[in-house]
Ligand binder design. Structure first.
Ligand code: ATP
Ligand code: MG
Length: 539
């Protein structure tokens, strides 16, 4: 017999239950409405993509790509082939990067090993090659057979390219973010030929292998938007931020702080990064292990550090604002002017660099109260050049992602506080019971159909159907109960009304309608029921 076993959701992954899920729906619906007034349309994206898409766009040195992605292979039984190929390519790249020496023989050996592994599998019938792959295999073998060639450089390069092309299993990753997918889709569907800027929004889950804590999950949700096209006027950046402010206002998230910064472009940032690196090297001993590593891999990320003992030192580092090129300076100044024109308050934060490689110029982050150290509810910025990096035409882009989990947490935190305050202010007043936060309203039932006796059921069923067709939220119990018990349950479920249907009511076509909050009751005729209950809902 199977062992009885209790299952639990995986660590860092959670269920969103009613009534909280209703709040999620309202928030997402509000995003749709606000974003659509700014001309955005929804894009529904796949949950997984080629790993390479994220490695290229987000950047292979970022935390997201280097350690946070959930990956799997398209062909799990050929993972050894995938590893053998990756090994050969890795040897080539590391040697090619670190020296000008001719590559050692073990690169050739690793490629041979890969080819032999494929052939063993083919010979034993485990693997069947299609025509294209067969051609790639024989083309790689023919390069291998010319090992003693004159032009060594060409030989190595050829070998690398042919090895790369001979791919039998692909790597996929659950998406850790969605900008890369939006850009992929933009290119794939030739959206650059559309008139004007292309404005897209998405809503859905993202996946990152992180240490779970409040406001940080392994499956979390984002609401994001992107503007792609030829124009990069700072008015676009300001309008995107304005749209965010409108959205946050409309869901009732107040007290946010909006941070902005410019992190320069291809012209000015590399010089700044070198200066920063030079300064960091001087104080290396005073830095923690993460920051020490980042001096090499990604010095900008050191500015992101939250370690208390690094703060004093970071405050003395050179600031990018002093190193922007003329064009970036102008773009940033105009962004600030545009925000002022729109009456949007902001704070400049020179340490706001964002963790993804693709950002340039404008970056911004919105921080909300009530979230402890996971307080960023939205991050975004400009990413001109990302489309080109992924093989598309020259294109400008800007976008953001809102962390829905954190937004909801902040709204809940606030409404619980509001409610506590209100209840304290009017402890005995009846208002306290029905007020509270509009966002968190839990009453979701209009009518409980309390029927008694099997003969009443067909009428109860038809009545429930009629009320539901009229748009009311109705609970029809599957079996009957004594009136007192039914009304008790109706009350617990938060229903506003109970419609009582017994055999007498079936015969007379007149039902008893009870208001649960104050026990008021009256008889209502079948044909007046909808009008009566809907009228009552609107008061
Ligand atoms: P953080 O610095 O908090 O790790 P991030 O820079 O990794 O954030 P982005 O990749 O810019 O975040 O994602 C945008 C938003 O998505 C964040 O501001 C945050 O609200 C949310 N977010 C990111 N990672 C998580 C997570 N693991 N759990 C919940 N929300 C998240
Ligand atoms: Mg993060």
């Amino acid at each position: 017999m199977a062992e009885a076993r209790k299952f639990q959701a995986i660590k860092g992954v959670r269920d969103i239950l009613p009534p909280e899920s209703a709040l999620w729906n309202r928030v997402e619906q509000m995003a749709r409405e606000v974003f659509e007034t700014y001309g955005f349309g929804e894009i529904r994206l796949p949950i997984f993509e080629q790993t390479e898409l994220f490695a290229r766009s987000v950047g292979s040195e970022t935390d997201i790509v280097s350690k946070e992605m959930y990956q799997f292979s398209s062909n799990p039984q050929f993972e050894d082939l995938r590893d053998a190929r990756a090994q050969a390519l890795r040897i080539f790249d590391s040697v090619a990067r670190s020296s000008s020496q001719p590559l050692p023989g073990f690169f050739v050996a690793s490629v041979r090993e890969y080819v032999e592994l494929i052939e063993t599998k083919v010979n034993s019938g485990l693997l069947e090659l299609n025509k294209e792959i067969e051609e790639r295999l024989s083309s790689l073998k023919s390069v291998l057979s010319e090992a003693e060639t004159e032009d060594e450089q060409k030989f190595w390069l050829d070998l690398r390219i042919k090895t790369e092309l001979l791919k039998l299993s692909e790597d996929f990753a659950l998406r850790p973010e969605a900008t890369a997918s939006v850009v992929r889709a933009y290119i794939e569907h030739g959206m650059h030929t559309l008139p004007g800027n292309v404005k897209l929004y998405y809503i859905g889950p993202m996946f990152r292998r992180e240490r779970p804590q409040k406001g940080r999950y392994r499956q979390f949700y984002q609401i994001g938007a992107e503007v792609l096209g030829r124009a990069d006027h700072p008015r676009i950046d300001a309008e995107v931020i304005e749209m965010l402010v409108r959205f946050f206002n409309s869901v009732g998230l107040t007290g946010t702080t909006r941070y902005i910064n410019s992190i320069g472009c291809k012209q000015c940032r590399p010089k700044y990064v070198e200066r920063l690196r030079a300064e960091l090297v001087k104080v290396k001993d005073k830095l923690g292990a993460d920051s020490q590593r980042r001096i090499e891999t990604n010095p900008l990320r050191v500015l992101d550090s939250k370690l208390p003992n690094e703060q004093e030192m970071i405050a003395t580092l050179p600031r990018i604002a002093d190193h922007l090129c003329e064009d970036c300076k102008k773009h940033y100044a105009e962004l600030r002017a545009q925000l002022a024109l729109r009456g949007i308050a902001y704070e400049e934060n020179w340490r706001l660099v964002r963790g993804l490689d693709y950002y340039m110029r404008t970056t911004f982050e919105i921080v909300a109260p009530g979230l402890g150290s996971q307080n960023a509810v939205c991050g975004g910025g400009r990413y001109d050049g990302l489309v080109e990096l992924l093989g598309g035409p020259p294109t400008k882009g800007i976008g953001f992602a809102i962390g829905t989990d954190r937004l909801i947490l902040s709204l809940q935190d606030r409404s619980l506080q509001d409610r506590a305050l209100q209840e304290a202010a009017s402890r005995d007043s009846a208002a306290a019971a029905t007020s509270g936060s509009a966002a968190l309203a839990t009453t979701s039932l209009d009518v409980y159909v309390a029927w008694m006796g099997e003969k009443a059921y067909p009428t109860a069923m038809k009545t429930a159907r009629m009320l539901r067709e009229a748009g009311l939220r109705v609970e029809l119990p599957a079996s009957d109960a004594k009136l007192g018990k039914s009304l008790g349950l109706a009350d617990k479920l938060g229903a506003r009304h109970a419609v009582i249907i017994g055999e007498n009511e079936v015969a007379s076509g007149e039902f008893m309608v009870k208001v649960l909050a104050d026990s008021e009751q009256r008889k209502v005729r079948d044909e007046e029921l909808v009008g009566h209950l809907k009228g009552a809902r609107n008061v």
